[in-house]
Design a protein. Structure first.
Length: 148
């Protein structure tokens, strides 16, 4: 009984939202002798301008960890050809602008949260200072009244 695990690109598509993501589905096939006993899928979305060779090297490393064969060069060439069609300079620029805008929004939210926390801490400190001042004044008033 021979168990063989192979992988192959099963589908290459693109997002219908127009962002330019190249979607790849890789079939992971397990055969015992010549009989297919399991078919599972591994998916990856590649954003516009992404390094396909780097992404597929990571996918192949993951597949190897699971005992499957690497995605072949012919399949990777198919992915690249699809990306060449989808990833126009305008789409790449729009995607990069979206990432930059999201990063700026995330940074603004982080700074606002930090400021809110600092304001809350300052308000707590002011309240504590007021309580201490009131307690000191009360103690001084009580000392003055006790000595009379």
């Amino acid at each position: 009984m021979t168990v063989t695990k192979t992988s192959m690109v099963d589908m290459v598509g693109f997002d219908v939202a127009g962002e330019g993501m190249v979607q790849v589905r890789i079939a992971k096939l397990t055969h015992i002798d010549d009989t297919l006993v399991e078919r599972a899928y591994h998916r990856i979305n590649l954003p516009p301008g992404h390094d396909i060779d780097e992404a597929m090297a990571a996918v192949n490393a993951n597949l190897a960890d699971m005992g499957y064969s690497a995605v072949g060069e012919a399949d990777i060439s198919l992915i690249k050809a699809n990306a060449d069609v989808q990833w126009t300079p305008e789409r790449i620029a729009a995607y990069q602008a979206k990432l930059e805008a999201q990063a700026a929004a995330d940074e603004a939210a982080r700074l606002a949260a930090e400021q809110e926390a600092a304001d809350a801490a300052a308000a707590q400190q002011a309240e504590l200072d007021a309580q201490i001042a009131a307690a000191v004044q009360e103690a001084l008033a009580n000392q003055g009244g006790a000595g009379a």
